[in-house]
Ligand binder design. Structure first.
Ligand code: ADP
Ligand code: MG
Ligand code: MG
Length: 870
């Protein structure tokens, strides 16, 4: 580490961001390219870290600051504390990654009882001088000395009342002079010593305040939420003041070089004449659109437009620029890459390529995969929203538009989903046990908790819509009701949440998909050209399959067949099949199911238009399909023509202590080969039918939960036999692949042998994670939260692949599988298939494709492209 603590603007550059912070680095860069930047210097982020340890400023630093102030004094021919021509500065914080919640900027530092007179004389404006001083006392006392801001605000209000004026700007110079004395008394009372009259002391205290603000609770919470390192530190920029509040030829403003919400290529910004710094943001007066500057100050406007274009060219990205005009002279006070919506991010990236500013590959790197996710979230149809009834209002904790029935526990949400109902999780507040329900819910509504409550944090992390802290609502989780204004609503009541406004609406308000526009398709096309990894989708029905294709999926990587079993017209047959008393009864029930399954597959093959479809044969434990409650059991018994007690015994026999490690997956085929035979028959009959109607098909039959080569060979023999039967009956053949999931650790370890029997492997990373960690996916929520809190885990292994453990199993199985069978196709179909960090890993270890939910296909296409490019 060097021991240079202080860098003049003329010494720095944009590359020095980690030392100078974003603000300091860009002020140095703008100085270097010859823009008019008020001179100043930046104290390094490393100094902030040293301050955190020593809790005091050290002599070398103070010397360097002194020297740097001297340079500014010489350049401007002003003096710090000089009565005739005082140097005034601002003290600004600037972290490497821009961060709200840090210290407010202090303006006009250097004003004292003496220098304020100098300012009055040089500007010939007493009002301006006194107003600057009283603002400085207020800001400095608040930020550096910890004096409550309200005390000053109260006095300001009183003064306005006494003078009978409305706006701050109407207060007389005399009034302000008196206010300064009152302010100084307040400081002495609250702080215990007088307001510092030495500019150097003021500066030192302000620098310390910025350093301390790095460690304040707001800033810490923000860093935790956004995964920012606590050891980066913030820089402090000290910059000579320019004044936008010197009269009608002065002003201040903020502008983006493009529209930050749409990305449209047109200057977008606002300014205020005769105003200083924060006035634009504070909203006291309504600012004017930047274009109007052309009327009042055409020269300045022209210079601004040219410079904005220059900055954009220089940084090769959309900029967010702060400027001030003092007596008709334009100064630049900040530039940074402009924050933008997802839609603007995509459009700007594509436009910059078309304008020749950046390459396609750079454009691909400019858009965050998470942004894509946001783009695909539905929004409310504005007309429908305008007509909807607002039930209550809470905090807009996580954006999105959610509609569904209200359910009061995670379990109820999951049950609703199983019935095919959309659900909103409604709780007094959420806790880690609710995670599963939060994942499955369309949205989350809580009565208590703020923007950083569990519900809010988790929902934002998952991209799930959330309204938190909705105090108008009283939730009774036991009675399964919520009450608003004395009116009580029961379980399943249809509601809609707007996570961007915090409003809760009655009923299901119509939603629409955002219009993605040409830029989106263009960018996705570039992603497809750049990526090596294939992207498929997990889809179980024709609707999802069509959506997957529309989002650009190249096939289905996982078609689960169990969801089909739950459908209303067939669950009875499924239950008769499971609870059959004899092989004949089972065969009869399966025969009933066959046409249903066949038509499912016809629909999916048609939707996929010849793209590969990996169909997983039945996987879950059978008891998941069993009837619940007396009446369902009684109905089933009578339809089977048996006694309720007989049926109940059969049900009891299916109970398992640890079902996820129980009688499921290909184990079902070993005990009940007829089930897989029926499914295979349905797949092939469907495939033949679709081919006969003139469409292509590419079926892949996948066997779940395999643990050994012998087991796979056994199941495969059954399947191959059925395939031969079907082909013989139909007097035709079509190509069909048979492969396996690799989702038990043993399968991964013995992949070399298993590959003899498999044309493809699909890594089921959900089960593989569950079994490698021994963490039940259904029960691990609470302790995984504790592991995250304690830093034992950085991220849940169910969210992002555990590269060193589970990932290692995948890596070796990939290598071993290829060794046996160089043509083997390798993919992954767990939740991890839509997680950008996991996708990068899968790309590195050489998988052929990832498969994820249709909604995440675009995210995966971009993440796969970025993985190739990096
Ligand atoms: P933030 O990081 O919150 O944007 P800034 O440090 O940019 O805070 O400052 C807040 C406001 O003060 C901005 O409007 C900025 O333009 C203004 N400001 C900062 N330094 C000066 C200065 N030296 N002269 C005039 N205005 C300044
Ligand atoms: Mg700023
Ligand atoms: Mg599995």
């Amino acid at each position: 580490m060097t021991n240079q603590y202080v860098y003049a603007f003329s010494e720095g550059s944009a590359e020095m961001r980690s030392t100078l912070g974003g603000k300091g680095a860009n002020l140095a860069e703008m100085t270097a390219i010859g823009l008019r930047v008020p001179p100043g210097f930046t104290i390094s982020t490393q100094s902030c870290i040293r301050y955190q340890q020593e809790r005091a400023l050290w002599p070398e630093l103070l010397e360097d600051v002194q020297h740097a102030i001297g340079e500014v004094e010489r350049e401007l021919n002003k003096g710090f504390g000089n009565k005739q021509s005082p140097l005034l500065v601002s003290v600004r914080s600037g972290a490497v990654i821009s961060m709200p919640g840090m210290m407010d900027t202090i303006l006009n530092l250097g004003l004292t009882d003496e220098t304020v007179i100098g300012l009055r004389e040089t500007t010939q404006d007493a009002r301006f001088a006194y107003d600057s001083y009283r603002r400085f006392i207020q800001m400095f006392a608040d930020v550096a000395l910890g004096v409550p801001r309200v005390r000053f605000e109260l006095e300001l209000e009183r003064l306005k009342e006494r003078e009978g004026v409305e706006a701050d700007t109407e207060i007389s110079a005399e009034g302000l002079r008196g206010l300064i004395d009152t302010y100084k008394t307040i400081v002495e009372e609250e702080y215990g010593s007088p307001f510092p009259q030495d500019p150097t002391t003021q500066l030192h205290q302000a620098i310390e305040a910025v350093f301390r603000s790095w460690d304040n609770p707001r800033a810490r919470v923000y860093r935790d939420l956004n995964g920012i390192d606590h050891n980066l530190g913030t820089a402090v920029t000290v910059q000579s003041m320019v004044f936008g509040n010197k009269g009608p030829t002065s002003g201040t403003g903020v502008a983006f070089t493009r529209d930050p919400s749409t990305g449209k290529a047109a200057l977008f910004g606002e300014f205020l004449l005769n105003a200083q710094g924060e006035d634009v943001v504070a909203g006291i007066r309504t600012p004017k659109p930047i274009a109007e500057l052309a009327n009042s100050m055409p020269e300045v406007h022209r210079e601004f437009v040219e410079t904005a274009a220059l900055l954009e060219q220089h940084y090769r990205d959309m900029q967010d620029i702060e400027f001030t005009i003092e007596d008709g002279t334009l100064y630049f006070l900040q530039t940074r890459s402009g924050k933008r919506t997802a839609m603007a991010a995509v459009r700007v990236a594509v436009d910059l390529v078309n304008e020749g500013m950046i390459t396609r590959n750079e454009a691909l790197k400019r858009v965050e995969p998470a942004h894509i996710d946001q783009l695909l979230h539905p929004t409310f149809n504005p007309d429908a929203l305008a007509k909807a009834t607002v039930l209550a209002s809470g905090l807009p904790a996580s954006p999105g538009a959610a509609t569904g029935g209200a359910f009061f526990s995670a379990a109820a949400v999951l049950e609703a989903n199983e019935r095919g109902e959309k659900a909103i999780l409604v709780r007094a507040e959420t806790s880690p046990e609710d995670i599963e329900g939060m994942v499955a819910a369309q949205g989350v509504l809580t009565a208590r908790g703020g923007m950083t409550s569990h519900a809010a944090v988790v929902a934002r992390g998952m991209g799930t819509c959330c309204v938190a802290g909705c105090a108008d609502i009283h939730v009774d989780e036991v009675a399964k009701t919520f009450t608003i204004n004395g009116k009580t609503f029961g379980e399943g009541t249809k509601i809609s949440l707007d996570g961007s406004t915090g409003k809760v609406y009655a009923g299901l308000v119509e939603t629409k998909l955002p219009e993605l526009g040409d830029s989106f398709d263009i960018l996705m096309g570039w992603a497809d050209e750049a990526r090596r990894l294939g992207v498929r989708a997990n889809a179980d029905n024709p609707v999802d399959a069509e959506r997957a294709v529309a989002f650009g999926a190249e096939g289905i990587g996982l078609c689960r067949t169990e969801h089909m079993f739950f459908e209303e017209n067939r669950i009875a047959a499924v239950r008769r099949m499971i609870l059959a008393g004899s092989a004949e009864e089972r065969t009869a029930a399966l025969a009933e199911l066959l046409p249903h399954q066949r038509s499912d597959f016809v629909g999916i093959f048609e939707a996929m238009g010849g793209r590969p479809v990996t169909i997983r044969l039945l996987d879950p434990p059978l008891h998941e399909f069993l009837p619940h409650g007396e009446s369902e059991i009684a109905d089933l018994a009578s339809s089977m023509g048996i006694d309720v007690s007989v049926l109940e015994t059969r049900i009891r026999q299916l109970e398992e202590f640890n079902p996820m490690l129980g009688h499921r997956g290909c184990r079902l085929a070993v005990t009940h080969p007829a089930i897989y035979r029926m499914q295979v028959r349905a797949i092939l009959e469907a495939a033949v039918q679709v081919v006969a109607s003139g469409h292509a098909v590419d079926p892949e039959i996948m066997i779940p939960l395999v643990t050994s080569e012998t087991e796979l060979a056994w199941v495969k023999e059954e399947i191959a036999d059925e395939i031969a039967l079907v082909f013989a009956e139909l007097e035709t053949t079509i190509p069909v692949k048979i492969g396996t999931m690799i989702e038990t650790p043993r399968a991964a370890i013995t992949a070399k042998a298993i590959a003899h029997e498999a044309e493809f492997f699909s890594f089921g990373t959900n089960d593989l994670t569950q079994m490698t960690f021994g963490f039940s996916r259904d029960d691990s929520g609470p302790f995984i939260s504790a592991y995250l809190d304690e830093g034992i885990l950085d991220i849940s292994p169910f969210e992002s692949i555990d590269q060193t453990g589970v990932g290692e199993l995948v890596r070796t199985a990939v290598a071993d599988g290829r060794e046996t069978n160089p043509d083997i196709k390798l993919g992954i179909c767990g939740e991890h298939g839509g997680d950008p960090a996991s996708i990068t890993f899968f790309n590195t270890i050489g998988l052929d494709y990832v498969s994820c939910s249709p909604w995440r296909v675009c995210v995966a296409r971009l993440a796969a492209a970025q993985a190739t490019l990096n």
